[in-house]
Design a binder for this molecule. Structure first.
Ligand SMILES: [Fe+2]
Ligand SMILES: [Fe+2]
Length: 474
């Protein structure tokens, strides 16, 4: 499954054997480049960036690194290899052969699933387009741009499916994906979280840590799909996604590290003093965590969802690591706990497992986020600082599902409107917090130098030194 780079569109799907499809995608390609030039990273078109490109889909050794200008990045179509005799592993079609073509009765549902996933990819590039102007180092700038080009590639991955399997409708959706804009009043991106701004690097790291991790769980559920081209596409996207999660988790870890170092140097935990010293106090990091966690929680949708149940029963979207779960994979019976607000209490009730698949996927994601937070907590612990980052309650600051309309504190107490108004700025970033973080954002472009508010990474990218010139300006 090596990738053919001799073609206009690099691919491992024998695009040259399907001239109609090849032509359609070659027609979409310049529109994509126009979109990139308009909405991709600002003032970066002539910059040489040390980027990785996929040269195979083998998880070991699939990437090649070199300096390239981003508009020249070889975006292409990479699917993991087709497995012989692969069967659908869940739902009403369990045990049947996976589908290589879209079943007619699921056509519109599958198209919607693919478009919704596809729309998040260019959206995040748009959300992050200003960040290169305030990068804390060349290393970080390179990581930002790597994430950006790969989100662009993920758009390619979804547009390929639309073109290859959904005819004219698919081509129209492919065009619409280049027309919507994050945050646009008239033609916004589909999901709310992807219309929020990513105004600073703390937000960017939180986004890649938490929201890209939602991406990981959505892709993992789609990688189980009975529609095999979708499953194989998502599998390779997951390989790329791992780096995005690393960028987020290690980015925040370096901020925590730097703050702890300064706290110990100056023997203070006073946020005002720490701000005077130009680092981000730990309570502010906790507030950003609360914000991004709650906004991203909403992306999983309502706790109880008949759509999610239908996707599952029809074999379109599975559970996280479906084949590792020891049950009937049909969910004819079985229960799952969900929480809701009754009066002034949060109560847990048990519902049919099939109806609670959104909640289950959200819980899998929460477990994963918690593990990463445990790793962060080792940093203050090692520095002798008594501070632990915690995840807020699932009901905190939610806009979708059972908690929408209720006010829940981070520790899970139901609050009155007045209490919420009085207290919420202890838990969510205030304008002042955001202005402070914003005030730190400057541009550091000397190799090996880092902004004052973030520690250097312990190692570079692809075994290069930390002070390597990851980005070269022309
Ligand atoms: Fe992505
Ligand atoms: Fe990503």
């Amino acid at each position: 499954m090596s990738i053919d780079y001799s073609q206009k569109i690099p691919n491992n799907v024998h695009l040259d054997e399907n001239k109609t499809l090849q032509r359609a995608l070659e027609h979409w390609q310049p529109a994509y480049i126009d979109w990139w030039n308009e909405m991709g990273p600002e003032k970066s078109q002539t910059t040489d960036v040390y980027l990785r490109t996929a040269v195979s889909v083998d998880p070991k050794g699939w990437a090649h690194f070199e300096h390239v200008k981003m508009p020249d990045y070889r975006w292409g179509i990479f699917l993991t290899p087709q497995e012989e005799n692969k069967k659908i592993s869940f739902g009403a079609h369990k045990g049947e052969d996976v589908w290589q073509e879209v079943p007619g009765e699921y056509r519109s549902t599958l198209r919607r699933i693919i478009v919704t996933q596809g729309d998040t990819e260019p959206a995040s590039v748009e959300q992050q387009r200003h960040l290169g102007l305030t990068c804390p180092s060349l290393y970080d700038m390179r990581n930002l741009f790597q994430v950006n080009v790969e989100e662009g590639r993920h758009l390619w991955a979804m547009v390929y499916l639309l073109h290859a399997h959904f005819g004219r409708d698919g081509r129209e959706e492919g065009e619409a994906l280049l027309e919507r804009r994050s945050g646009d009043a008239d033609n916004p991106r589909i999901l709310t979280a992807f219309n929020e701004k990513t105004p600073d690097w703390l937000s960017f790291f939180m986004f890649t840590f938490i929201t890209d991790r939602d991406g990981k769980y959505q892709l993992a559920a789609l990688a189980e799909s009975g529609f095999d081209p979708l499953a194989r596409t998502c599998k390779f996207m997951l390989t790329e996604e791992a780096h995005h999660l690393f960028v987020g988790e290690s980015g925040i870890a370096r901020i925590i590290q730097r703050t702890c170092d300064v706290m110990n140097q100056h023997k203070t935990d006073d946020p005002a003093k720490l701000r005077g010293l130009g680092v981000i106090d730990l309570p502010t990091i906790q507030k950003y965590l609360n914000f991004h966690f709650s906004v991203t929680s909403d992306l999983y949708g309502s706790e109880i969802s008949s759509n999610a149940a239908t996707f599952y029963t029809n074999g379109l979207k599975g559970r996280f690591e479906e084949t590792k779960i020891g049950d009937d994979h049909k969910l004819d019976n079985g229960e799952y706990p969900v929480m809701e607000v009754v009066g002034d209490q949060v109560v847990t009730k048990h519902v049919q497992a099939l109806s609670a698949l959104n909640e289950r996927l959200r819980d899998d994601w929460v477990t994963d986020v918690q593990l990463a937070i445990d790793r962060w907590n080792k940093i203050p612990e090692k520095a002798g600082i008594p501070m632990k980052f915690t995840l807020p309650h699932k009901g905190f600051h939610r806009k979708i599902g059972f908690f929408a309309g209720a006010h829940v504190s981070p520790d899970g107490k139901v609050l009155s409107e007045a209490e919420w108004t009085h207290k919420h700025l202890n838990w969510l970033p205030s304008d002042e917090d955001r202005l402070y973080v914003h005030s730190l954002m400057g541009r550091v472009t000397e190799p090996g130098k880092f902004a004052n508010w973030i520690a250097a990474p312990s190692r570079g990218i692809n075994n290069q030194p930390v002070d390597f010139d990851y980005v070269r300006f022309n």
